[in-house]
Ligand binder design. Structure first.
Ligand code: FA5
Length: 340
């Protein structure tokens, strides 16, 4: 086979594998040219020299052609890859699906901001607390029916007193902690999750948010409370809110009240009022002396104060016109996405 034919064969291969196989068939251990090199020993010196030159020339030409071909196959491979993986960076990006905060978190944050604008600091307590924190710090005797299994969720772990921890049933459990931490005077809101073994219905969930408020200073009165709460709720609900106070009993306040706000449903299309009723949204009152005593600040310079605990789920229901608070937590995407 002459040199030209060999070089043409080499140049016609399409892949690196074919190139390697072809090369080995000439110059591999058992290749045709290698074999010819081996047979040169029997030739006379002149013929040996001529044949040696011929074979070396052939070998060099094939090796050079092999290197060229290998490079051109590599270039083809790279170009094909580039073409396949080409990214047009000038194209607009596929939009990522955006989520949003739940309506409860949105409402909680907005309430925190409004409270801050009214001079309250924002503090938090723990979700898992001792029975002492949840009940006794706020003057609920351990024998009180509220401590029974029917509305308290217990945790299977015991505190130093050998009592099971509880999931706090109200944010009032954090009052003692913040009074101790910040001292008096104090003006703070304490938002957080609460848990009760309550029967679920349109206004009750087993996990819900409350926003506790405490304001203790000289001469803080019920009139101050009424003003604060009306201003606060009107700012949260973005309209003049009509509130009514009813006397109520909570062991940690004296006197105590429950506050209802007028709840109006507007028809989404016509904007007409379809229903109007009073909805209980918070408990409140003037802080009981025993609560101050337990926090170590009893009778300090005659300071008194009020506390309140607002149900955030019910406020959010009023704000967004939702008839059933279970929608907030049942994970129904049709509901969630309608507020995106
Ligand atoms: C309390 O929890 C008192 N700690 C509030 C308080 C604080 C009174 C400070 C005085 C001084 P009550 O159990 O009424 O009170 O709950 C307060 C609010 O939390 C209710 O008005 C309601 O809006 C909300 N709430 C109570 N239980 C649930 C529930 N299961 N689901 C949703 N919201 C609830």
């Amino acid at each position: 086979m002459n040199k030209e034919q060999l070089l043409t064969q080499l140049s016609q291969v399409q892949t690196k594998e074919q190139l390697e196989a072809r090369y080995q068939s000439y110059l591999g251990k058992k290749g045709s040219i290698t074999t010819e090199f081996k047979t040169m020993g029997s030739l006379d010196p002149k013929a040996k020299k001529e044949k040696g030159q011929l074979l070396s020339d052939l070998k060099n030409s094939l090796e050079a052609a092999y290197a060229d071909k290998e490079q051109s196959l590599s270039m083809t491979e790279i170009n094909q890859l580039l073409e396949k993986e080409l990214v047009d960076i000038s194209l607009p990006a596929t939009p990522a699906e955006k989520g949003h905060y739940s309506l409860l978190v949105q409402t909680r944050r907005e309430m925190e901001e409004i409270a801050q604008s009214m001079g309250f600091i924002v503090a938090t307590g723990s979700d898992v607390v001792t029975k002492y924190e949840n009940f006794e710090t706020v003057n609920i005797p351990i024998t009180h029916p509220a401590t029974e299994m029917h509305d308290t969720i217990y945790v299977n772990k015991q505190d130093q007193r050998g009592e099971n921890y509880v999931l706090r049933t109200h944010t009032s459990s954090a009052q003692n902690y913040v009074i101790k931490k910040y001292g008096l005077p104090i003006k703070a809101v304490l938002p957080g999750r609460c848990y009760r073994f309550d029967e679920m219905d349109a206004t009750h969930d087993t996990m819900f948010y409350q926003l506790e408020g405490i304001y203790i200073d000289k001469n803080v009165s019920i009139a101050n409370f009424k003003n604060v709460i009306t201003t606060f709720l009107s700012a949260v609900l973005k309209k003049e809110v009509e509130v009514r106070m009813r006397p109520a009993f909570f062991p940690f306040v004296e006197p105590g009240f429950e506050i209802d706000a007028r709840y109006e449903y507007l028809d989404q299309k016509t904007g007409e009022k379809t229903m109007s009723k009073w909805l209980e949204i918070l408990g409140a009152g003037m802080i009981h002396p025993n609560v101050l005593k337990e926090a170590g600040v009893e009778s300090k310079e005659g300071r008194t104060g009020f506390a309140f605990g607002i149900g955030i789920n019910r406020v959010a229901a009023m704000k967004f016109g939702i008839k059933d608070i279970r929608y907030f937590t049942n994970g129904d995407l049709r509901f969630i996405k309608s507020f995106a």
